[in-house]
Design a protein around this ligand. Structure first.
Ligand code: 4FV
Length: 263
């Protein structure tokens, strides 16, 4: 997979992608990452890349031509067709399903905005889709692009060692992940659940599924509604709710009251 990132700070992404799984994906030739600075494609002595917004208001807007010339150079750098993605709060929320889709692409071009954003005409002419990493405002699209690079890199075949396999990822099956434990078995902070020491893989898988269902129901009920739960899942979830883990934490400030009183 090839990823080209258009940014006023291309070294930012290069740094982000130099470590861990992403770094290794690059070393293993599973992904190549290329940074492009639109200022290198700007005209004039000042090589402007932004200007004041029409209609007034604060901040600056990124100019069309430096970005257009830069994108032309990026496209010409490799004959493979690329999907152009603009990272912005106006984009579709990024989720694991979209990450899986992008990870299957041969080539991505990630466009990072700065200032108030990019002239809309450039977006209409050059961008295939807009993606957001969350409902908050960053100072630039680079962090969002780095999130995409990391999330798709680790899904490249061979990027993860089997120990790190993506199969058990959160959201892989639309649920949150189960809790994880490692040595020591007994610690002043608590003891590892006995089932995980049982060696009974069926019981362990069942416990992990129940935990994933319960935590998702408790923390992200929206995901439970979307998840295609089997009758067995529903039974596991009811068992979890009935267990002491399923007891609803009292809302803050209601310590000592019974759940009824707290309502
Ligand atoms: C953003 C987000 C984001 C908005 C103005 C860059 C900034 C500045 N990108 N998900 N949230 N972008 O805040 O993707 O140009």
């Amino acid at each position: 997979m090839r990823i080209d990132v258009v940014s006023l700070f291309p070294e930012f992404i290069a740094q982000c992608a130099a470590f861990g799984v992403v770094g290794r994906a690059g070393e293993r030739g599973l992904m190549s990452l290329h940074g492009w600075n639109p200022r290198d494609h700007a005209e004039g002595n000042y090589r402007r890349v932004d200007d004041r917004p029409f209609g007034g208001g604060p901040g600056m807007v990124m100019l069309i031509d430096p970005l257009r010339a830069c994108l032309r150079a990026v496209r010409e750098a490799d004959p493979r067709p690329a999907r152009v993605i603009y990272m912005s709060p106006q984009g579709r929320p990024l989720d694991q399903a979209k990450v899986r889709e992008l990870a299957a692409c041969e080539r991505l071009i990630l466009l990072c905005g700065r200032y108030e954003g990019v002239d809309e005409r450039l977006l209409q002419a050059e961008v295939d889709e807009e993606l957001s990493i969350g409902d908050y405002v960053l100072s630039g699209g680079e962090l969002a692009a780095a999130v995409v690079v990391d999330a798709v890199a680790r899904l490249q075949d061979g990027a993860l060692n089997d120990a790190e396999s993506a199969v058990q990822d959160s959201f892989e099956d639309g649920l949150l992940d189960c809790p994880h434990y490692t040595r020591p078995v007994a610690h002043e902070l608590g003891v590892v659940p006995e089932v995980l020491m049982s060696g009974n893989h069926a019981r362990i898988a069942r416990w992990r599924r129940m935990q994933a269902l319960g935590r998702t129901w408790l923390r992200r009920p929206d995901l439970i509604d979307e998840a295609a739960l089997t009758p067995a899942d529903r039974a596991l979830l009811e068992a979890w709710k009935a267990s002491d883990e399923g007891v609803q934490p009292l809302p803050d400030g209601h310590a000592g009251e019974s759940p009824e009183q707290a309502e």
